[in-house]
Structure formats: C-alpha cells, structure tokens
Design a protein around this ligand. Sequence first.
Ligand code: NAD
Length: 289
Amino acid sequence: MDYEGKVAVVTGGAGGIGRGLVHALLTRGARVVVADVEAPALSDAVDQLASRGTVRGVRTDVADPGSVEALAENVYTTEGRCDLLFANAGVTSGGGGLPWEQEINDWRWCFSVNVFGVAQTVLTFLPRMLAAGTPGEIVATSSGDGGVAPVPYASVYASSKAAVSCFIEAVAHQLRTVGALVGAHVFYPGGGLLDTGLWTAGRNRPAELERVRPRPPAPGTTFPEFKAQLEAAGLPADIVDLDWLGTTVLEHLDEGRYILGPGSERFAPLLHARADAIAKGELPPTLLH
Ligand SMILES: NC(=O)c1ccc[n+]([C@@H]2O[C@H](COP(=O)([O-])OP(=O)(O)OC[C@H]3O[C@@H](n4cnc5c(N)ncnc54)[C@H](O)[C@@H]3O)[C@@H](O)[C@H]2O)c1
C-alpha cells in the first residue's frame, strides 16, 4: 500500500509500541489519528510527533463501546476514511503471579481492554472500512505470551492475547472468504526487550476494577526479572528501538505477511514441540522453555 494520504488509526498510540507505529506511519506519509485513554501522554505524543506529519489525538477508552463509537464518528466525519486500523491498546492484569492468586477484577480489567477493546475496535471500524470498498488493513497487537504459548505467571494476560490471536485469525479467514479488499493481521512485538509503559499499565486501571486484596508485584513479574528470564531462556534481551519496530511492521505489511513483527521464525521449534506434546496428550512447553 502507498501510505501517502491514507488515514491510519492507532489505539494505544500515545506511548510504547503504538507510538513507534505512529512514528513509522507518519514517516511513510499517512495521516494518523492517535486514540489513547491517557490524556496528558496523548497530547505530549501528538505535540512531539507533529513535526513528522499530520497527526492528531482523540482521547478514547477502548474498554468503553461508546468511546470507540465516538472515535469512529470523529474519524469518518473529519477524515472521511480509515485505511489502516491498529488495535494496539493493551494492559497487563496488574502484575501476574500464581494463577489462583489473581482476582476476578484482574480478569475484568485485562479482558476489558485486551479482548473486548480489540473486539469493539474491530466491530466498530471494520464494517465502515468494508463499506468504503477501498483496500485497507487491520492489525491487532497480540503477544507471543498467549498468542504462541503462555508465560505461566502471566496467566490472565496470556489468556487475553490467545483470544486476540484466535479472533483475528478468524477475521482474516472470513475476509479472504468473502473476497474483501481489507486484510487482517496479527502483530507479535519482539526482537528483544520492549521497555514500554506496559510495566506500569496499572496507571490506567479504573478505580472500580482495582484489586480487592492489593499486593506487591508477584516474584518474577518486574522488568529486571523478566529481562533475566529472557536471558536465561536464551531469548533476545537487548532493548528494542520502538521506531524500528514500527517500521518493521509496515515492511511486513508491504510483504503481505499475516504475522507481523520481527523474530516470528524463532517460534517454530517451540510450536513444533507444543504440537508434539499435545498430540501425545502431554503438557506442552511454555514460552520460557
Ligand atoms: N511491552 C511488551 O513487552 C509487549 C510484548 C508483546 C505485546 N505487547 C502489547 O503491545 C501493546 C502496546 O503495549 P506497550 O508495551 O507499548 O505498553 P504501553 O503502556 O507503553 O502502551 C499501551 C498504550 O495503551 C494505552 N491504553 C491503556 N488502556 C487503554 C484503554 N482502555 N483505551 C485506550 N488506550 C489505552 C496506554 O495509555 C498506552 O499509551 C499492548 O497490546 C501489549 O499487550 C507488549
């Protein structure tokens, strides 16, 4: 796709990986609408990226269907189109830990953003994109954690990302079946250690979904501990340049790939081992094996 003059919407684009996507899209000449729940970060990001192209922010809570509908109305009224949709906003479940020590509010918050937020974003924009009758792409940010195999201490987050990957795979198949001009893709961020705001995702956690029994981060769930685990598992642990990551995603879209993001080839041995274990009725290996 020639991005010049195209309109892109990036949820969760005010920081981290989403901001890298916005940077890459602006560099390629797209007009970008950044949708994010964190108002100060959103206005800072738009101010800082304005020199790179046409970008504006619309405060949006993807967990709120009315907010996503208002975003779509805003985009179609003001821009008249949406060619590229990045359903990227995501949170953790608040620190992870033993699955049976997570609370139902951890599930509610994580799924409200990661699963219902992605579903709502796709359900709101995709019919409009199809009705436009022009080529388009939707990209959902999943995670190798859940999309490929779970990290056991991140059971809630992994479950949410497994849902994202499964949903988008179904969407992509159905779009092909009906011969749509719009494609769907899953993005697995990777290439090393991603030093983003995900580690402090609780800053955007709604008060009504706080834990009933607050506790410090569970062992193994802090950024330094995660880095140590990657190194121990022989996985890449250098800090990734997030603008490079965004550029790589667009290059993979150019190549017509379904799976976007660097390093997906390294999943192959693990997925083969998982398939073998499942076929034998055994517990499959995790992402950190
Ligand atoms: N950082 C990693 O290691 C990693 C790895 C794989 C996948 N991911 C995924 O990448 C995506 C981006 O995460 P990140 O690592 O850049 O974290 P981040 O916290 O830096 O960025 C997430 C953005 O989403 C926004 N957001 C949170 N809740 C929202 C809501 N309800 N509505 C709208 N916006 C909301 C935040 O304000 C933030 O700007 C997420 O889906 C995450 O699960 C991250």
